[in-house]
Structures are given as C-alpha cells and as structure tokens.
Design a protein around this ligand. Sequence first.
Ligand SMILES: *Cc1c(COP(=O)(O)O)cnc(C)c1O
Length: 406
Amino acid sequence: MIDLADYETYLTPNYGTPPILMTEGSGCQLTSATGETYLDCAGGIAVSALGHCHPALIESLTNQAQKVWHLSNTLANEPAIALAKALVHATALDQVFFCNSGAEANEAAIKAARRYASDRHGSDKDQILCFHNAFHGRTIATVTAGGQPKYMQGFGPMPGGFSHIPFNDCQALEAAISDQTCAVMVEPIQGEGGVRPICPTFFQKIRAACDRVDAVLIVDEVQSGMGRTGKLFAYEHAGVEPDILTSAKSLGCGFPIGATLCKHHVAEHLTAGTHGSTYGGNPMATAVALTALSLINQPDFLRRVEQSGQYFQAGLVQLNAQFGLFEKIRGRGLLIGAVLNTPFAGRANELVKLAHQEHLLTLVAGPDVHRFAPPLIISETQIDDALSRLERVYATFSADTAMEMN
Ligand SMILES: *Cc1c(COP(=O)(O)O)cnc(C)c1O
C-alpha cells in the first residue's frame, strides 16, 4: 500500500504534504485513492487544458511511444519540427527553442536577451526590468526575475542585473528604462501574483520603450498562453508583439514541455553551442503538444473559452452579491481570481481547504486571491456545479468568520 504517510517519509518537504492522493482522471474529474471524485477547477495549476486523459492526446502519446522516445538534439525528430512550425504559424514569433518547463523557457529567454544585447551593444547593456508580484519560475535566475523575497530567502547570492517596478505603472516604467536595459520581462496576466491583468496601454508603452532603447520584450505566457484567456496567447488582446514569448504549462496539457519562441533578430544570436537541453524537443512531448495545439487553436474552441470565462465570472459576481467576501473578481477567459476583501486578507488558502470538503479543486494566487484555472473544456453544467459547491464554501467561510467576530 502506498499512502500519504509514505509521501512525508520519502519526498522532500518543500510542498508540505498534499491533502489528497489522486489515482485517476477523466475530463474535469479526478478520483482519489479512496474512490472519491473531485471536480477539477485547478487543472494541475493551469496545465490540463484539455482535461485529464483526453483520447486524442493519449493516441498521440502512445503512437509516438511505439516509434521512438528520445534522440537528444544531436539528431532531429519529426514531431519537434512539426510543433515548431505550427507554433510559428500560429504566432507572431519566428523560431522556437524547446525545453521542459516554464522556468527553463524563461531561463532561455533571459540568456537569449543577454546574448542579443551583448552581441549588439557590449556587456554594459545587461539590466533586466521586471515587475512587483511577478512569477517566472524557481531556478536561481527566474526567482530573481520574480523578485519575491519569500522565494529567494536563504538561496543567495542571487544573480545581478534584475530590478523591479510596480506593475501597470507607466511613470515607473519611463523612469526605470534606460540604455542599460537589456530586456523587459512581463506576464500579460500575473498568475501566481494574484491574477492581475496587464493594462493594454501599459503593455503598448512597454513595447514602445523597448523599441526606443533596443531592449528585448520577453512575454511570459507560461500560464496565460495556449488558449487560457480566449486567445491562443494573451499578447493578442493588446496587439503587442513580443520579441520572445515563453510557453509551458498547457502547452503539453500535462506532458512536460516548455518553449521559448523568438523573433528572427533575437534567434540569430542563439548560434550553435550557445544554449541547450538534453530533453528539449523530446518526440513524446512535442507529439502531444502538437495535438494539443491543433485542438486548442480553433476559433470555436477559443470563443467557447471566452464565453465559459464570462459565465464563470458572472456566477462568482452573483455569489459575491450574496456573501460580500470579495473586493473584485478579475481575470480573463478561464484564468479567474476572486480577491478577498481587506477583513479576510491572507485567508485564501482556507477557501481552498473548504472547497476540498465540497470535492472541488481550486487554487490560491498569493494569500488573498481564490484562483480558478479549470480545464478549458469545462461545460456550463460543470461550471454550475462548481458554483453551487462554491456557494456552500463561501457560506461556511462566512459563518465561520461571523463566529470569530462574535
Ligand atoms: C508556472 C509558471 C512558471 C514556471 O513554470 P514551471 O514549469 O513550474 O517551471 C513561469 N512563469 C509563469 C507565468 C508561471 O505561471
């Protein structure tokens, strides 16, 4: 028997001990080792865009598994070329570097930007401008880019050249950007940092500022991409073209893969030998992602994500009229955050725990935001089901806090 006691014994404690041991998934449902079913509005943290065990993904994975699993980048493989071609045709970017996770995709983006600046302007142009509440991954460089003390504490020394300014603050941007700026790195919706959408004019100002000083605009779409917001990538909403775009999470819909998409003028600086990853472009991963992309990048599919998001948000607004727990509901498509009012600040994790009791899987985005990132295939009936479970969650939370206040 494998159980959660073994988890504590044999896995490092960095995640704490998860509350539930899951064994199977299908569509928007997960089943625990004890046979209980859960409605999934977390999607493995914005990963399982096509739900669990999607038949077309299983077919692509098993077909590829019969052919060849791994070659390394000393040899070429068909799925990697096909996926790169499909991503380039679907976006404003020109060439693709493959890796295995979001952090690695951002690490490659940082290296590409540094190399571009160093080749063109010399080694003084090395400053990377990032934003408060950002999240770009957990490697030493990407936690530094994220800039959150809680993820950096005790891991120093951290690499230099990163600075942080307030998100959506045009004045701070103009004051901070200079000839030394090598890159600006930004999420179109800050995911982990609280589901905060970028203001389109701010996004456009970043683009203009980057053009002015020849800085590389890195758009981190690890969470917001692959249809999550109702466009294939969220930069499309603002009409701002990145020089580098990073993708992971829903790219493989649960099979590990990351990608760093570059414009030609950046890609050409990643000359032979400058960067690499043993698994990058792995045929199993790229075969699955190619199928995921072909299913997600359809006008009807993307329109439905937008509509489902509006439906979900409207339901949350209605619940909030009843309970008054939230200052606002924000996000786009099926990346949604309910921001707790000041008296309840810091208690979002309690909502996630209460939701478990209702057999509903949800997320936090920082201490104050209840986050939802369900599979993009979630139906209206399933959203209704989620909302009725949330009604009980918020009722219980309200009753508990009323008791504490008395
Ligand atoms: C999750 C996330 C990452 C890190 O991805 P990993 O696959 O966990 O390394 C980077 N950027 C954003 C915006 C993310 O949401």
